[in-house]
Design a protein around this ligand. Structure first.
Ligand code: AHM
Ligand code: MG
Length: 334
């Protein structure tokens, strides 16, 4: 499809090639996109509307919630609960599955999302994003249970993210490659600007929170040490380092110019085998990365193959440019 195609047209044309498509999925995506436009506005207003700062509440993960975590969670729920496409929703910001109110019909899809990823950055005007994943409900038209959501990432029907950066972008896959759209605020539409996004196989850029270095496992210690040694080390070349502390921004950079992103397993808190959440962050980003030709793993196994054991499960994440990720996996296997 040509540059400038609207997201709505893009989705409809893509669905025309799917046998048995009823228009339900297209309509669900349209509602989701509306919620993303509303979030983009809310984030963009910044301190003008009193939505900066933290609340007293914590989410199920024991993290202090930002006002915008709660506001954006609500925006996604309100725009997606009414139309009859969903059997339930689950979010990083809610303890349990969100049941569709009885006054609305139930549908055949499940929506999983992180409404404002990287929200520790929101008060300092650094990019944040929304991550989402759509699954089939095991039983259409029945209120979803938590177990219904526990499907491996390979079962995702669609995954995407919105990046609220210097421009607002939406990057999407339905399993046929990855396409990026930029919000044209004058017309209120996302327009295709980045068709067929592909991650370069090689990279000289790595991203990791190096303050956790003493807690990493030996394979990651080795990889980063070798990068830092540059031309004087075994890699024989210099590397560049980045850390935005906003996974959406990190993955977006990698989709555009390559790179490796790691939030690996560490020994900081034995109860947490990683920081990032499988359902809301790792699975959707892994589907996007794989669809763009990259690799995504815990270090020991492909993320998309993990059978989830809980909605809020955390996993180590190593993703990005194929050759660099495979090198780290080789260090784990060796
Ligand atoms: P969040 O969902 O609470 O925002 O946490 C996820 C974020 C990721 O976007 C980012 O990669 C990571 O946490 C940053 O972690 P750290 O604070 O250790 O740098
Ligand atoms: Mg998050």
């Amino acid at each position: 499809m040509h540059i400038g195609t609207t997201l709505t047209q893009f989705i409809i044309e893509e669905q025309r090639h799917t046998t048995g498509a009823t228009g339900d999925f297209t309509s669900l995506l349209n509602d989701l996109v509306t919620s993303i436009k509303v979030i983009s506005n809310a984030v963009n207003k910044g301190a003008l509307v009193g939505t900066m700062g933290a609340l007293e509440s914590e989410n199920i993960q024991g993290e202090t919630q930002k006002k915008l975590d709660v506001i954006t969670n609500d925006i996604v729920m309100r725009h997606n609960e009414w139309a009859g496409h969903l059997a339930g929703m689950a979010s990083e910001e809610m303890d349990d599955v969100y049941s569709i109110p009885a006054k609305y019909p139930l549908g055949k899809y499940l929506l999983v999302f992180d409404p404002l990823d990287g929200s520790s950055n929101v008060d300092i005007n650094i990019s944040v994003g929304t991550i989402f994943s759509i699954l089939h409900a095991p039983v259409s038209g029945r209120a979803a249970t938590a177990e219904d959501f526990l499907q491996p990432g390979t079962k995702q029907v669609c995954a995407g993210y919105a990046l609220y950066g210097s421009s607002t972008m939406l990057v999407l896959t339905t399993g046929h490659g990855v396409n990026g759209f930029t919000l044209d605020r004058d017309v209120g539409e996302f327009l295709l600007t980045h068709p067929g996004m592909k991650i370069p196989e090689n990279t000289g850029e790595f991203a990791i929170n190096a303050s956790n270095r003493r807690f990493w496992e030996p394979p990651v210690q080795r990889y980063v040490e070798e990068c830092l040694a540059g031309t004087e080390g075994p890699r024989g070349r210099d590397f560049n380092m980045r850390w935005v502390a906003s996974m959406v921004a990190e993955v977006h950079r990698i989709l555009n110019r390559g790179g490796i992103f790691m939030y690996p397993r560490d020994t900081k808190d034995p109860a947490k085998p990683g920081k990032l959440r499988l359902m809301y962050e790792a699975n959707p980003m892994s589907m996007i990365v794989e669809q763009a030709g990259g690799v995504s793993s815990t270090g020991y196994e492909r993320i998309l193959d993990i059978q989830p054991s809980g909605l809020h499960q955390r996993v180590p994440v190593i993703l990005g440019s194929k050759n660099e990720v495979e090198r780290v996996l080789g260090y784990h296997n060796g």
